[in-house]
Design a protein around this ligand. Structure first.
Ligand code: ZN
Length: 461
């Protein structure tokens, strides 16, 4: 085993340059102090928001300026691996209630006035929430039950992440492996059918042994959701969940219907899998082992960037040139080092570069896909920041994975066009099928489960 370099040994060009956020930790300290000094500025607006459109606009501008700076401060702290600053913007908590207290007719007449024009959509969103906000004492009572409202979820995580133990077993290469949440997935990829089967039964035996506790946590969690929806006057829990992003219920249901319509294709795939694996019948534990050997292609960082920018050419030269400059420059923290967070993510602010954390390994083709994916998030963030004022630059969870997964699709197409053998093509297609299964089929299955289980609680089940 080659050991990982220490952070101090990683060459600077392989790391991200956080100077677009702050030049140094000292600068960050100074900015944090200045920001904290400005917090009391919120107090000067208390009780005055209903007095005029100009006053309301001034307060919103101040609030957004504070938010924007807090984002920059918090992102730097997060990327440096420190704890997030518990930014006490409790001082701003009067803003929403005061806006709600402005008589609706007066507020809507203000929305057409020039000072409030940039905040029109923001204010419309606040107003939209009006029917779901309760009186002050009621809100206080709700806030007081906030911590223990999450108890069912906490119990579930403590049980499944900490208390359950699964023993050990011998894998297909003859090594004794401790069975855990982490190794379970690896064992389901084992090419020896009996190993997969044993891992599955040994793992789920623990869930079966705690079936009543697990059922109680699930029902507790669903009852909490149904309660929260009802007290805030949402017709159902699913509608409450969709409210903030203003996604129509029909979109949710149509997704489930569309995936269901295409289940015959999924079933054909499972039968193909059964035949290729030479099995009489196929089980859940036979669904992860790769059907064809994975693509063996090495990519240095620069080669990965070449492939990605070539694949993304349909998005235009401006997109590709800017992305390429960022990836070859200092947007990315490229390689693993000791103590570095695992996995990958994209994180940027309105005013900074859209940083990417990677743990890139040259021999892992999947990491080229990961980089294309995170690049999609980063370009989405940057282009959104450039096209929108700060208050509208964020994007909702509903659209957040569009740019990233679309980039993966373009990369798949590109690799297929470049493939020189049927074997290579099979590896790319097989990866693509598994990605569709995980991203579309499985996620929709979760969505349907949530829909059905919450509806059952709402019907008294
Ligand atoms: Zn993503």
């Amino acid at each position: 085993m080659k050991s990982l370099p220490k952070r101090s040994e990683v060459p600077a060009p392989d790391t991200w340059d956080l100077a677009s956020l702050f030049e140094s930790d000292a600068d960050w300290d100074a900015a944090l102090e200045a920001w904290e000094a400005k917090i009391s500025g919120f107090d000067t607006f208390v009780g005055t928001l209903g007095s005029s459109a100009e006053r309301l606009a001034e307060c919103l501008a101040f609030d957004l300026e504070m938010d924007r700076e807090a984002d920059r401060l918090g992102t730097y702290a997060h990327l440096r691996g420190s704890e997030d600053t518990a930014a006490a913007v409790e001082r701003a908590s009067y803003i929403q209630p005061e806006i709600m207290a402005i008589p609706p007719k007066l507020l809507s007449s203000w929305l057409d006035l020039p000072p409030l024009e940039p905040y029109r959509l923001m204010l419309e969103r606040v107003v939209r929430n009006r029917p779901h906000v309760l009186s002050e004492p009621e809100e206080k009572l709700l806030a007081m039950q906030g911590t223990f409202a999450g108890t069912a979820g906490k119990v579930f995580r403590q049980l499944t992440d900490a208390d359950l133990t699964f023993g050990s077993l011998v894998d297909g290469s003859g090594n004794e492996i401790e069975l855990s949440n982490a190794t379970f997935t690896t064992l389901l990829h084992d090419t020896v059918p009996a190993v997969r089967k044993q891992a599955f039964h040994q793992y789920y035996a623990q869930y079966q042994a705690h079936a009543n506790t697990l059922a109680a946590t699930l029902s507790g969690s669903n009852e909490r959701d149904v309660y929260a929806a009802r007290v805030r006057h949402h017709p159902t829990a699913v509608e409450a969940a969709l409210f903030a992003d203003n996604v129509p219920l029909t979109v949710y249901d149509q997704l489930i219907a569309a995936v269901r319509d295409h289940l015959p294709a999924v079933h054909r795939y499972y039968d193909l899998r059964r035949r290729l694996l030479g099995l009489e019948e196929i089980h859940h534990y036979d669904c992860y082992v790769p059907l064809v050997p994975e693509l063996e292609q090495r990519h240095t960082w620069d080669e990965a960037v070449n492939v990605i920018t070539a694949a993304l050419a349909p998005l235009g030269s401006d997109y590709c040139n800017r992305l390429e400059a960022g990836l070859r420059g200092r947007w990315c923290d490229r390689y693993p080092n000791a103590g570095k967070q695992s996995g990958a993510f994209s994180s940027g602010t309105y005013d900074s570069d859209p940083y990417i954390l990677m743990n890139f390994q040259e021999e892992v083709i999947e990491h080229v896909f990961t980089l294309a994916h995170e690049a999609g998030h980063s370009m989405h963030t940057r282009l959104s920041a450039e096209a929108q004022p700060f208050q509208y630059s964020g994007y909702t969870i509903f659209v957040a994975e569009v740019a990233s997964t679309f980039n993966e699709q373009l990369l798949t197409r590109h690799l297929l066009a470049q493939a020189s053998s049927a074997k290579e093509r099979a590896a790319i297609i097989s990866r693509e099928i598994d990605a569709i299964r995980a991203t579309i089929i499985r996620q929709t299955m979760f969505a349907e489960f949530e829909r059905v289980s919450h509806a059952s609680v709402e019907a008294g089940g």
